[in-house]
Design a protein around this ligand. Structure first.
Ligand SMILES: NC(=O)c1ccc[n+]([C@@H]2O[C@H](COP(=O)([O-])OP(=O)(O)OC[C@H]3O[C@@H](n4cnc5c(N)ncnc54)[C@H](OP(=O)(O)O)[C@@H]3O)[C@@H](O)[C@H]2O)c1
Length: 337
């Protein structure tokens, strides 16, 4: 038997319970991977991403099977493998690829995963730190790589949703790569924390959260946005010629009311990131770069550990925007931090 969170969508509303399940119940219900690639992992740590918090709230856009074990991040050790790429004892991690949405995820002591989506946990990070980075840090890294691929390799970069998990890691990674970072936040009490991560200046998010003109003063070589809505539209209107905006999230709104002017008069590019569907080669590149660029002490400053049985209560804090940085979940009772 293994402990697992389970979300059930019922007629009288969603139900989140910490239950004891037979290991077989944790095998993927649908979206079954190629049996030849199935890897069983003893999970040590997972995370509480915004998407996981939506799963605890029963959001049907995230909870795609019922019952579902939530947890889009999985970190642990291989206990059996039908995939020749992985052997018993290997330290592995997974971000997304359907985990915690269309198949059971990381908030359980065991996970059955597709070996073709796993990445070797970099030796510089403990399992707690790999989960502390999680999808937020992985996505921030994908966003920095997208700016670099576009050629926006230096200058002033704006990060929105700066106090959140994705925003915090974006600040640290951009500063490490030599950009001058402006952090937009609605929580001035986090200013010192954001400067310590590498922000050169702080912008009140209210300055972006308004209807924008088609074009505004040119301020940014690049933008990493995790909020959408007005702030994204305003940021687009402020990008320098041939700069780029990476749209990662919708914490403010999924809407985007803009004009074509930034694109046709300034040659601005709007780039998308989908961490969950990222192909394996890019996953491996991003994690190698995280291992190279991210000081484990920075991870410890951004991510805070919580125990498995606290996950539902803390998910409500994530949805209410009460968490600075992000939460990593200790799944194995002995999982050292
Ligand atoms: N594309 C992908 O693959 C991918 C991957 C990971 C996450 N995401 C998405 O990215 C977003 C951020 O994820 P996260 O894990 O960093 O979430 P998070 O930790 O909850 O951070 C979100 C941040 O957005 C800001 N915010 C919240 N409500 C806002 C509002 N109404 N207006 C403006 N800003 C607001 C807050 O920052 P301040 O308090 O500093 O203003 C908050 O800390 C979410 O939408 C998530 O679903 C997408």
């Amino acid at each position: 038997m293994t402990r697992a969170w389970q979300i059930t969508l019922a007629d009288d509303g969603p139900r989140a319970e910490l239950v004891e399940l037979d290991a077989d119940a944790l095998r993927p219900a649908i979206d079954v991977p190629d049996a030849a690639a199935e890897v069983e992992v003893a999970v040590t740590w997972s995370g509480l991403n915004y998407k996981d918090a939506l799963a605890f709230a029963g959001n049907p856009g995230v909870v795609r099977i019922s019952p579902l074990v939530p947890g889009i991040d999985v970190v642990g050790t291989v206990v059996s493998s039908a995939d020749p790429r992985w052997a018993v004892g290997d330290r592995v991690l997974l971000n997304g690829a359907g985990a915690g949405e269309t198949r059971h995820g990381g908030l359980a002591e065991r996970a059955h995963l597709d070996g073709g989506t796993l990445v070797a946990t970099p030796s510089v990070f403990t399992d707690a730190q790999a989960a502390g980075i999680g999808t937020a840090g992985f996505t921030a890294m994908l966003a920095v790589l997208a700016l670099e691929r576009h050629g926006a390799t230096s200058g002033d970069v704006l990060v929105t949703g700066a106090s959140g998990g994705l925003g915090s890691f974006a600040i640290a990674l951009l500063a490490r790569a030599g950009y001058t970072v402006t952090a937009a936040t609605g929580r001035p009490e986090n200013d010192a924390r954001l400067r310590a991560l590498g922000a050169a200046s702080i912008l009140d998010r209210a300055e972006l959260d308004r209807p924008s003109r088609a074009l505004e003063s040119q301020r940014w070589a690049g933008v990493i946005d995790s909020v959408g809505g007005h702030p994204l539209a305003t940021a687009l209107a402020q990008v320098q010629p041939f700069g780029a905006v990476v749209a990662c999230g919708n914490a403010a709104s999924p809407s985007l009311a803009t004009t074509v002017m930034p694109f046709i008069l300034r040659g601005v590019a709007l780039l998308g990131v989908n961490s969950s569907l990222t192909p394996l080669a890019l996953r491996e590149q991003a994690w190698q770069r995280l291992a190279h660029d991210l000081d484990p002490a920075v991870v410890d400053a951004i991510a805070h550990p919580v125990d498995l049985d606290e996950a539902a209560d803390r998910a409500a804090d994530v949805l209410a925007g009460r968490v600075p940085g992000r939460l990593a979940v200790r799944v194995a009772a002995g999982g050292a931090s």
